[in-house]
Design a protein around this ligand. Structure first.
Ligand SMILES: [Zn+2]
Length: 67
């Protein structure tokens, strides 16, 4: 995983500069390509309106399996 990646918080649109503070809250599918992960600050993760709870549940399972 690249240490230079900077994510944008879905909840507050602020940059997440500390990787330890970044929480993946959803995954969106792109029109072309694999899509992208939606990130939020750890404190803001609960504030994000999720687009597809079913998809999140699947992704959460995948993330859990990676750990
Ligand atoms: Zn935020």
């Amino acid at each position: 995983m690249s240490g230079t990646a900077v994510h944008v918080c879905r909840a507050c649109d602020g940059l997440i500069t500390d990787p330890a503070d970044a929480v993946a809250v959803a995954h969106e599918l792109g029109n072309s390509g694999p899509g992208w992960t939606v990130w939020a600050h750890r404190e803001h993760a609960d504030d994000v309106e999720l687009i597809d709870p079913d998809l999140l549940r699947i992704m959460t399972r995948i993330w859990a399996a990676r750990m």
